[in-house]
Ligand binder design. Sequence first.
Ligand code: SAM
Length: 280
Amino acid sequence: MSVTVITRPQQYHIDFFQEHLADLSLAGKRVLEIGAGIGELLRLLQDHEPVIDELVGINNIDYGAVDVGRRARLVKADVCAMAFPEHEFDLVFSLATFEHVHDLQRAVEQIHRVLRPGGLLIAKWSPIWNGFDGHHYGETVKVRQAIELPWAHLIFDRTTLGAYLVDGEGFDRNQARQATEDIYESDWLNRQSLRVYREAFAHPGFEVQRFDGIQCNFGPLMARVAAAVDRGFVPRWRVAEFFRRARPEEILTYKLIVHLRRREERPPTQNARPVPTVKS
Ligand SMILES: C[S@@+](CC[C@H](N)C(=O)[O-])C[C@H]1O[C@@H](n2cnc3c(N)ncnc32)[C@H](O)[C@@H]1O
């Protein structure tokens, strides 16, 4: 028996739509969503602007029968290997997806290829891995909502986090093994740093209109870390070592908002590869 999933936007879809898409004039335009999930934004968009010429969403997995509305279609495709022709779209947008894309440079190159000159890329995602909940544990194994200690996955490593989950959080050994495998090895997240995102999106064929990082509030997070130290669940030296090495921008940025406009032409100076110099 096949069941058709009906999409229902959640508040974060509505917020993204209102903040980034609702004011664009998209009549007669061709639009692509990268990582469309079950198409909540596709539906919002066509309800808002029924005369979009083409509205396609891609995912790298097949979600089966999903009702995304009459004017949109959902297809299985990897952003790094899209079969769409060059210059096919006026707008490419994406929500909560680039933290899952492993080859970011290739993805940006492909988006550049399918956008027409002057076309826009609008994306929002979390640079999750270096964030306080970068383990994203509650999402991958529903044993528990999340590990309580902020940055636990970076303060510990795989072995010591396993021990912490058993001794400090009361997991059984199998659960702890499964959790640490998911956290450190699954290919669900790319585990990239802000620096890598910055480099990947600094493509010479795009003009950067926005590259905003939204930062979380350090005080309450630090109070939770301090409480874990006081309870004796995490050694003080381990926490001190983590904060000594960590760059604030990397560990506090929890959302990225990127607006890029495809240039008409690549600027010739940036197109050329730097010539290596040889010291005599
Ligand atoms: C966390 S979901 C977000 C779905 C939707 N944008 C939302 O906000 O509800 C990430 C989506 O990105 C898709 N995705 C991950 N890597 C991808 C890739 N390399 N190419 C295309 N889609 C990808 C997944 O299939 C998944 O649907």
